[in-house]
Design a binder for this molecule. Structure first.
Ligand SMILES: [Ca+2]
Length: 204
């Protein structure tokens, strides 16, 4: 490796560290107001993984946290932080797809305003968005404290309804097969009974 490359890589590392130090005070906020609201509203003990890449939030040196971000990821973080208006594509490395979806939908500016009224965030999310395709909208999962990215995690009754709707045809076929089977069995038993009676009468 040439000395130019070494100098360039060292400069890049210093730049990444500088960016991390600049971004850390703001980006490290996991906005506990939302977590506190969901826990109180749903009664479920959720953690930062509802919206963040890491379950402990963005501060730290584990994968998905600020201290582990590469220069390219820090650039993505900076762009996501600047997405104040809705509609901007957001791809923050410290947020999971639901967190990115929230900022993309409502914009960072309005999201920050929701800190004093976290319950209003649900109404601001698109009612037809269902990131994990489990039939339960993201907004409802936010209120229920279930994970919008885990199709196995959801309100049991709503999951049951979705499963019934999605498997209606196999269920109807199974019911029809059962009914036909019972019908055939009934006639078979009646046939045996009639044959037995006829045999008894012949012997008499
Ligand atoms: Ca869902």
């Amino acid at each position: 490796m040439t000395s130019c490359n070494l100098i360039f890589r060292a400069a890049r590392r210093r730049l990444a560290l500088a960016l991390a130090l600049i971004l850390l005070p703001v980006a490290a906020r996991a906005y506990p107001e939302f977590q506190a609201f969901v826990v109180k509203h749903s009664g479920r003990p959720i953690n930062c993984a509802l919206c963040h890449t890491h379950k402990d939030g963005p501060e730290g040196t584990a994968p998905g946290q600020i201290g582990q971000l590469s220069p390219a990821e820090l650039e993505r973080l900076g762009r996501a932080r600047a997405a104040f208006e809705p509609g901007t594509r957001v791809d923050s490395p410290i947020l999971n797809p639901f967190g990115n979806h929230i900022i993309q939908q409502v914009g960072k500016k309005r999201f920050l305003e929701f800190r004093v009224a976290p319950e209003q965030l649900a109404a601001a999310l698109a009612s037809d968005s269902d990131l994990d395709h489990d039939g339960i909208p993201d907004a409802r999962e936010y209120l229920d404290g279930t994970h919008p990215l885990n199709k196995s995690d959801g309100h049991p009754w709503l999951l049951f309804q979705t499963n019934v709707q999605r498997n209606m045809l196999p269920l109807l076929l199974a019911l029809a097969a059962t009914a036909l089977g019972l019908y055939g069995l009934t006639h078979l038993l009646r046939g045996f009974d009639a044959a037995t009676r006829a045999h008894g009468e012949d012997e008499e």
